[in-house]
Design a protein around this ligand. Sequence first.
Ligand SMILES: [Zn+2]
Length: 314
Amino acid sequence: MRVGIASLDDNQRVALWESAMELSPAQRAITILAAHLPTVPFDALQRWTLVGRDHALLLAYRSQFGEGIQVEGRCHACDTKTQLAFTVSDLLESSSDTLKAAVYCIGSRDESGNQYKHQHTQASLVDTDVYVPSYYLIAFSGNEYRFRLPTTQDLVLIQASSSSSNNSGGITTKHVCERLLDQASFNDLCAVFADKHSQGSATERTKNEREQQDKGLESEEQKAWTSTLDALEQEMLRIEPLTIVSLNASCPECGAQTQHQFDIGHQYWALLAADVEKQLWDVHILATAYGWSSDAILSMSPARRRQHIAMVIS
Ligand SMILES: [Zn+2]
């Protein structure tokens, strides 16, 4: 489905900030997307891959705040503040060909030729079908298994089950693998790992030895799932390099290189919060002076708003 990702007006930005303030980062990211993509059902957004979500957030960020991204970090060696500056296009350039091909029209007009509201930013058209998870093949010991990229739904379920009281051990790598592999592949791998388990149990042992060995086999199985997940993660990164965005900053003081992981959801939210704070000061000043409603003030053109504020202040 081809949809436009355009910018939000002042009222919409304040409403988004208000509705997403108390949410977890995962739910907040989806709420931001829902504001920019009102025609896509919330459920569908949650079923998008995490990398698809972040890709759409980059487009939303560009339509709202423009190309430039600036982040601050700390040098790992001497703790000096470092600045990183890059663009949304830089990051999109590092994505897979599939994602690159999905953004096939960028401009200041939508499909019907209507101009988007803010000319300084770029609205995008994106084919959201590429955000829907599909299955890929991966080979372990000569056998092929099917897996997909993780989604927000996976993240929410994993977080819920690791924080629930009846699961004191938390979520295991096996559970994560179960979600990412298709049912048949997961069953096959369970059988492979259990086979190893039963081979080990066949020999005769004393009770103590058996308990010791069972523990050993349990951690053997855990290790097998951990290395399965590691392999899946590497393959995901190969399929979709945008999965993890890490950036290198060199320290202006000592020259050391520090790697930073960039999170577009966090970046969008930081800019939105700063922007809304400014808007609310405008509302405060003008509502106090003239008694106008928040809605009326936020709907005013920026030029007219600045003029009224200048009059109040003088
Ligand atoms: Zn340094």
